[in-house]
Each structure stands twice: as structure tokens, then as C-alpha cells.
Write a new protein. Structure first.
Length: 210
């Protein structure tokens, strides 16, 4: 591994980056960079004279918009496509979470000096990758390949992806409701190509309307 400084023009996003960011969160990111500076190198591999970012795709976009000319890069040498994914996952791996009482005690004495709205925190445990692929992959939840939205990297508005934690019995209820709704033609809408999302939204709409 080698850390170097490179012109930002030589650094490009990874075209397979699976992470997105909402517009409001992207603006928060830029505010943090302006206030705190660039203190974390990007993770990238070299390809045909360019550095392809595996860790920091949102940051490189923000840095370019902010007019930053040079960036620090931690250069890695992945030996396969799978290892590229591992580097990207490792950079964003949620290995811990905040204990809310301790965090509140830490922040509260400085509450007037910190822009509280500029930071979001994780108060829960994460799903492991196996659970994600089993639950949301093509073989899970009766998802057809055509039903998987091709969301763009970066700002995905007006689309959002939501994750729920359910007991096995609850999963069966949700599956049954979505399958029934799709069977009755409620998997189609003018605003969304995802059939499961449309069906679930229709079920929720029916519940909200009593």
C-alpha cells in the first residue's frame, strides 16, 4: 500500500460503486469538508494512468465541485473484481455503533459549538453481507431480474432504498401481501419501475386509508 498525492483530474469514480447519497446528505458532506478539511485519503487502484476510487466516491465528487486541485490517495492493488468489492466494502464497513447515552454526554457540553444538523450517527447494528444478498438478491423475496431498479450512483432522488428487520413469521406476511398485491395488478405505477416497491406502497396506502 502506498499513499501519494495526485492531481484530482487523474482520479475518477468507480463505475460499479454501489453506494448512493441523498442531496441533503451530499450538501452536509461538502459542509464538513469545508469546515474540517480533507483528512482522510481516498482508496483507489491505478488503471491506464488513472486512479479509480474504491473508497470515497462521494468525497471525490464533492472535492471536484469544491475546486480541490490535489488529493491524497491510498493506492491498493486488487487482484480480482471480488477484491475490488472487498476494498470498497471494507472502507464503509460498520464495525461499531454509537452508544446513545455516552454520545449525548460527550456532545452536550459543546452543544453550542457543534452544528448538530450537519452530522448523522449510527445507533444500531448493521446487517452482514450474507443477510443482504439472501434478502435482497435475485433469489430472495421472489424478485425478478427486471424488478431490480438500476439506481444511478450518487444522488438517487427521488428514489430511496429502505431496510427493515423482520422476524421469519413477519417476513412471510410481507411476502404474501406483496405477492397478492402484485397479482392484483398493483405492482405497476407511473413513478416507479420496481414492482415490489409499488405493491408494498399500495398495501401501506390501503392500510393508511383504513
Amino acid at each position: 500500500m502506498n499513499i501519494l498525492k495526485a492531481p484530482i483530474e487523474s482520479v475518477i469514480p468507480w463505475d460499479k460503486n454501489p453506494r448512493g447519497i441523498k442531496t441533503k446528505d451530499y450538501e452536509r458532506l461538502k459542509k464538513q469538508i469545508l469546515k474540517l478539511g480533507v483528512y482522510k485519503p481516498l482508496i483507489a487502484f491505478e488503471d491506464k494512468g488513472k486512479y479509480v476510487v474504491l473508497g470515497g466516491n462521494m468525497r471525490i465528487r464533492a472535492l471536484k465541485e469544491l475546486g480541490i486541485k490535489d488529493v491524497e490517495i491510498s493506492v491498493v492493488k486488487p487482484t480480482s473484481e471480488a477484491q475490488k468489492i472487498e476494498f470498497a466494502l471494507s472502507d464503509n464497513d460498520r464495525v461499531g455503533f454509537y452508544e446513545e447515552d455516552k454520545l449525548a454526554e460527550l456532545v452536550y457540553p459543546h452543544i453550542k459549538d457543534i452544528e448538530l444538523g450537519d452530522f448523522k450517527v449510527d445507533l444500531g447494528e448493521a446487517l452482514d453481507l450474507r443477510t443482504v444478498t439472501e434478502r435482497y438478491g435475485p433469489g430472495g423475496f421472489d424478485v425478478a431480474e427486471s424488478d431490480i431498479p438500476d439506481l444511478p450512483s450518487g444522488d438517487r432522488a427521488p428514489f430511496q432504498q429502505m431496510t427493515f428487520t423482520l422476524h421469519d413469521e413477519q417476513v412471510e406476511e410481507v411476502k404474501a401481501a406483496v405477492t397478492k398485491a402484485k397479482g392484483e395488478g398493483h405492482g405497476v405505477s407511473a413513478v416507479n419501475d420496481n414492482g415490489n416497491g409499488n405493491a408494498l406502497a399500495w398495501v401501506c396506502d390501503r392500510f393508511n386509508r383504513g
